[in-house]
Design a protein around this ligand. Structure first.
Ligand SMILES: Cc1cc2nc3c(=O)[nH]c(=O)nc-3n(C[C@H](O)[C@H](O)[C@H](O)COP(=O)(O)O)c2cc1C
Length: 205
């Protein structure tokens, strides 16, 4: 069983995938890593869209800078966000707090804190997406590192025409595409990891 450091070393942005398919039960585990990810206030705004349809993947590719991962990967995951349910005052928000089984007073306090904190931030659709997509990226990171722990490769893909992808997928208006992640098995050896030194990115005060 590889440890976390092994998984971090194994993961890279895989550009070309082999034809080998990830077993469905294994991919379910990857989805589970996403489901179990942390989110601000526990709102879980992500909705995972697994695109298996070949024709749809072919149609997506030109909208994604013609990146081969879109059609060559074993599993293509589109991480979408729901940008309506998380608005203060919705039944969804109440349900997400209610499931904690808090005493009534604490429950109402949580709802108030959420409304006070998020309400002003949610002043535009762009601002809401900025927040929901941040949560989606955390899920994506966990799914990619988790996949690596299972010796599965991945590539996060931000290179796509968002409006066109959303239109092609006919997403309901509440939803947006946060990130695309391709999963599969590497065709080529792993390239070198280029990273800044720790000293360049860590500041201590
Ligand atoms: C949010 C995000 C979006 C990315 N989008 C793309 C992409 O569209 N296509 C691609 O080939 N790589 C993409 N990458 C991969 C990065 O280029 C890569 O992670 C970075 O160069 C570091 O290399 P490594 O992941 O192989 O260590 C993306 C990475 C992140 C985190």
């Amino acid at each position: 069983m590889p440890d976390f450091a092994d998984a971090m070393a194994f993961r890279h942005a895989c550009k070309r995938f082999s034809e080998q398919k990830i077993p469905e039960a294994t991919f379910e585990q990857v989805l589970e890593f996403g489901r179990m990810s942390p989110s601000s206030f526990g709102m879980e705004p992500w909705r995972f869209l697994v695109v298996a349809d070949t024709a749809l993947r072919e149609a997506l590719r030109p909208l994604c800078w013609n990146q081969p991962q879109i059609t060559e990967s074993s599993h293509l995951l589109i991480i979408t966000a729901d940008n309506e349910c998380i608005k203060p005052g919705t039944a969804y928000v109440r349900a997400m707090f209610a499931r904690r089984g808090l005493p009534e007073e604490a429950f109402e306090r949580y709802l108030g804190v959420y409304a006070d904190h998020m309400g002003p931030q949610f002043h535009s659709r762009e601002a809401i997406e900025a927040w929901t997509h941040k949560q989606c990226y955390l899920a994506a990171a966990n799914m990619m590192t988790g996949a690596a722990s299972l010796q599965i490769d991945s590539c996060p893909i931000e290179g796509f025409e968002k409006a066109k992808v959303e239109a092609l997928l006919a997403l309901e208006p509440a939803r947006s595409v946060a990130l695309i992640v391709a999963f599969g098995y590497r065709l080529n050896p792993q390239p070198e990891h280029y990273r800044l030194d720790l000293d360049a990115v860590v500041e201590r005060r």
